[in-house]
Design a protein around this ligand. Structure first.
Ligand code: PGA
Length: 256
């Protein structure tokens, strides 16, 4: 067995209902815990907001951590419909996906808002999973690293201005055009981009422990090609994470 620590983040998005989320967690608790009992395998389940609290209770005292899919860029106040990082930590949430490609493209979240969300999460000991990625157009024009740098810059600035630079930051590289598309970029491309991200963060955030995930159409086939990439610390899995057999097969690749 390899000694690499790997993180497997299940992003359930808005795919499954409240009841289906609870049924999934209750039915598969034993299997999920068995996968994560190895100290090198870390599983984080990210359900919808309403399902967070009951799922945190289901996985209480197990190695499975629970994360949210978003948080507010504001601390507190008159922000109808928002959920603060502090509220998430208070219910026992440990992680938060921030700046997902769907939020940036469909909900027009700006890089500045995303940076504020990362700071709010760090302030409240919520581990941010910061998503970055390029559009198909940027990819085809060879502008990927430029696009990633534009998304990373405000986050890096805010972290460097704060007293939070020592806190770990998890980055998920998810090319927008690969999310839900059924295909991934070439492995050498992912290797190059992930090395670039690591180097960029080492230079600009020298005291921040960085871990890097890949996401976008991860399934059993692509995971077997992705996991040997040594610059990656894990995978962010959308659609395939709502099917326990698929998710188990992906995580089990870590043991082979
Ligand atoms: P996907 O989603 O695995 O369904 O492509 C990944 C993500 O958007 O986080």
């Amino acid at each position: 067995m390899t000694q690499r620590h790997l993180l497997f983040v299940a992003n359930w998005k808005m795919y499954i209902t409240y009841e289906q989320s609870l049924t999934f967690a209750l039915t598969h608790k034993h299997d999920l815990c068995a996968l994560a009992e190895n100290e090198y395998t870390h599983i984080i389940v990210c359900p919808s907001f309403p399902a967070l609290s009951p799922i945190i209770n289901i996985f209480h005292d197990t190695p499975i951590a629970v994360g949210a899919q978003n948080c507010s860029s504001f601390s507190h106040g008159a922000y109808t419909g928002e959920v603060s990082a502090e509220m998430l930590t208070a219910v026992g949430c440990r992680y938060c996906i921030i700046g997902h490609g769907e939020r940036r493209t469909l909900f027009k979240e700006t890089a500045q808002e995303v940076a504020q969300k990362v700071i709010r999460a760090l302030e409240h000991d919520l581990h941010p999973i910061l998503c970055i990625g390029e559009t198909r157009d940027e990819y085809e024009k060879g502008h990927t690293t430029k696009a990633l740098a534009t998304q990373l810059a405000p986050v890096i600035d805010e972290i460097n201005k704060s007293s939070l630079a020592h806190k770990p930051l998890c980055i998920a590289y998810e090319p927008y055009w690969a999310i839900g598309a059924g295909s991934i970029p070439t492995i050498s491309y992912i290797q190059d981009i992930s090395s670039w991200i690591i180097e960029y963060c080492k230079k600009t955030l020298p005291t921040t422990p960085i871990s890097l995930l890949y996401g976008g159409s991860v399934d059993e086939n692509s995971a077997s090609q992705l996991l040997p990439i040594t610059t990656l610390d894990g995978l962010l899995i959308g659609r395939a994470s709502t099917d326990l057999e698929k998710f188990k097969n992906i995580v089990s690749l870590h043991y082979r």
